[in-house]
Design a protein around this ligand. Structure first.
Ligand code: DGL
Length: 221
């Protein structure tokens, strides 16, 4: 089932729903849908909001439809097939809302099924995310880099291929941080002590004086 709860809560636009609570029309405040089809953006929950913010900054004349699947978050601890099924449901629904492109504002969903989604909807531009390992590696020779992300992102083939490109020259550590996703979804980011304890526990195995970059490979971070 599609979760409209988070869309209602987080989309900065207005939208119309049909009898079953599904979105049938959406547009930015004070504007009409006829002017432009929206760009769909989705994430497992709230993480993609930062991507939406940046897109709105870069493309101020576009309409956006944001879908945060908080009802099924976190994705990072789910099976790949399960995430794929959830993403297909979301994309199908977005296509019913006449989106002209889809941004997967979720590293985990991208790792799990971006290729399948592109094959299923060849008419639609689909943009995914990947941890910014390249950016960290290009800061200099022999970089020491920690990549934080979800378990699924770090164990999928997509990330393995990305690592292959850089691991001969650089030292790369993979660090899953599932608790951070939960804290964000639970709206507990203001609990600084909890946050600090969580981060300290995840980073305890590393000597941070010897680390050049920490990649935030999850939109919730
Ligand atoms: N925001 C997602 C990402 O970028 C995943 C968070 C989750 O649901 O586990 O990977």
């Amino acid at each position: 089932a599609i979760c409209e709860k988070s869309v209602r809560r987080w989309n900065a636009s207005w939208m119309k729903f049909d009898g079953k609570g599904r979105i049938i029309e959406t547009a930015m405040r004070g504007e009409s849908m006829e002017h432009s089809q929206p760009i769909g953006i989705f994430d497992s929950g709230l993480g993609g909001i930062s991507v939406l913010r940046e897109l709105r900054r870069c493309l101020p004349h576009e309409h956006f439809l944001y879908y945060g699947d908080s009802a099924h978050a976190p994705y990072g601890v789910r099976e790949r097939a399960d995430i794929r099924r959830l993403c297909i449901d979301i994309c199908t629904h977005m296509i019913e809302c006449r989106v002209k492109a889809i941004v997967i504002a979720c590293n985990t969903a991208t790792s799990a099924c971006v290729n399948e989604l592109r094959a299923l909807y060849p008419q639609l531009p689909i943009v995914g995310m990947e941890p910014a390992l390249k950016v960290a590696a290009e800061r200099g020779a022999h970089q020491r880099i920690i990549v934080t992300a979800t378990q699924l992102t770090l164990k999928e083939q997509k990330f393995a291929r990305l690592m292959e490109r850089f691991q001969n020259e650089h030292t790369i550590w993979k660090q899953p941080c599932p608790r951070l996703v939960e804290l964000v979804e639970e709206g507990r980011l203001h609990e600084r002590d909890t946050l600090k304890e969580t981060l300290t526990a995840y980073l305890a195995p590393y000597d941070l004086t010897q680390v050049d970059s920490i990649v935030l490979g999850c939109t919730h971070f």
